[in-house]
Write a protein that binds this ligand. Sequence first.
Ligand code: ADP
Ligand code: MG
Length: 725
Amino acid sequence: MAAIHLSNPVTDLYGVGPSAEEKLAKLDIYTIYDLIAFIPWRYDDWSNVGSIGSFDMAERFDDNTGYDLSFRGTITTNPSVNITSRKKPLSFFVSDGTGRIKLTFFNSPYLSGKFSLGDECFIHGQVTLFNGQMQMVNPYIEKAEKITDDALVRPVYHLTSGLTSNNISKWVSTAIKLCGDELLSCIPHSIAEQKGFVSPKEAYLMAHFPASLEDARRAREQLAYEELILLGIGMKLYSSGHGIKEVAEQVIPSGPNAISRDLAARWNQIKSNLGFALTGDQTAAFRDVQTDLMSTTPMNRLIQGDVGSGKTMVAALSMLITALMGKQAVLLAPTSVLATQHYKTISGLMRNSGMEPVLLLGKTKASEKAEIKEKIATGEARVIIGTHALLTDDIRFKDLALVIADEQHRFGVKQREKLLFKDEGSDGTIKSVHNLVMTATPIPRTLAMVIYGDMATSVIREKPKGRQEITTWFVNSKKSKAIEEMMSVKLAAGEQVYIVCAKIDKDETEAGSDYLVGEPVGGDESVTSVFDMKKQVDSMSNLSQYKSAVLYGSMKEKDKLETMERFISGDIKILISTTVIEVGVDNPNANVMIIMDADRFGLSTLHQLRGRIGRGDKKSFCLLVSESRSELALSRMKMMCESSDGFELAEKDLELRGPGDFYGTRQHGIPTLRAANLYTDMKIATEATEAVNKIIEAGGQEAERLNEAIKKMFELRFARKMEQL
Ligand code: ADP
Ligand code: MG
């Protein structure tokens, strides 16, 4: 057999077949390294072994709560099932000399073959009272000799259905045995020594198979160091040219009389095309950009603002001022739908300014493309809007000075690097462009530091005036009349409706969506798909008269755009879609959004989706439809009903479930972190990355070692995944 390495697929491990492969992929685990890095998210501590008799029933059983108990005991009644009715639960008694307890197992007939009368066992479970008798339902049971005292801290993994923590433990154990020695440490010796860190192999063993909770904690700490160094430094090493002085063009001249009367007049024309006054936050953000554009140090700025806060306007004005100054500006959008919309907005703003924008998409006809490219090359086109089609090598700019990326995290890492349009000058400097990034996703400081480096931030918190608040209701049944009524009232008034579904059809979810598995109560079959919904709408007496259409990611680009356009023009009244409409679609006449199976979406997605409505002057309603009774899902719905502020939601979400949803790394184009917590580990991130930076700058043996280790591990752990995101 060929040697197995960290980069090998998980299927190279004995026992991991195609079905397991699929389930592991859902957990973002593809390689052996991914599996090893998948450390438990918590541990059950069974090390406190007790006895049945020490359990004071009178004191404990005043309510229906169960109590955890671990103990060793002997099976005292025959654990065999009735062959004729294997569906019946299996029950038998266990005694430990201080008392006896009844164990009941549902759906576990295989147990009767495994255990026999007289066996010594280790048992862990919840004790409850049934007809005055102590019992445990479906406890963990194992032959006593197999359970040593140092295996009593049990790892619990975040799992997808069909996998158990035991499966993972077994595979991880093999994986570490086979390739644990390939794991390189990315932590400086000085820190490792001071903290008493072990080798990465030992740390992973400790995290997966801890002898105590204290060991597990220590392992997690060490691995958090590894992870944050890997991400923070790895990112930089991975994108080239770091540390060399970069210069960009000074776009806006400084000093008095630098701007001619003619230019000032054209600028005023553009501002009057706006049709509204900028909000205070928009003005401040635009001023930040203008200041940056007066310098030859490349701008590296992030505009962070909730959906609908008016970021696009700031971006548009930044492009237009650049164009007025005779230089070129590019706006990149992650989808053609969004790019087309930006193009329309900006065309409107440029009316009578003597300039015209160009739009370049992947599907633009070849002849037209050639024409646009020519215009870009000659400098005739100065306001350039498009998708990543603009990042191909055959596009030559005359005088590119500003690049703006909308929702930049939706671009892959390689594409992002291209976004910087770096060019090596003959004098050893690097010619760069001014960079502006817009995002509606709040970014934790740690993550911002890690992925955007020293990026400056402008925050737009204020909403444009005259916005109607969106009223959000929770609807706890799909059959509720409220849904149909809400739609028919608004449709009758000439308004339009979005319906969002968690699935495209029975089996398919939207690629890249944060569809939640495992947590909601209803099975996957109960989820209403886009196609189910289309059928339902077309058969409802109140709704069938209105034209409806479906929209989802895997449709042909042309069909998607056409559907969007027909919805925006008012031809289609009801748009039934997946989360593809999450970003950017702007139809001020659509004032109702029905989100089916709302429990299947994370808070950030729900909030982004809801941002599609409330864009006009009519009252808007968002109906969150969910039949889930999960407490977590219900509290999420409650938050959505109570708040429409994305920043506030993000904070609440963090309280509710810790980093991972709003603050998930995925939304920023980074694979899931396993050990580090982007909130609580800020100190580790700063301390560790600073130390490593210093060492690498100073050079020498340790610098070389770290450089090599970080590059190699980053490649294994993050780089390939970032390409896929
Ligand atoms: P974002 O990109 O932050 O989601 P947009 O820039 O697309 O937000 O703005 C959302 C909507 O609000 C657009 O229809 C836009 O024309 C409008 N808008 C933006 N700024 C203002 C403002 N200052 N006053 C009134 N409407 C505005
Ligand atoms: Mg936008």
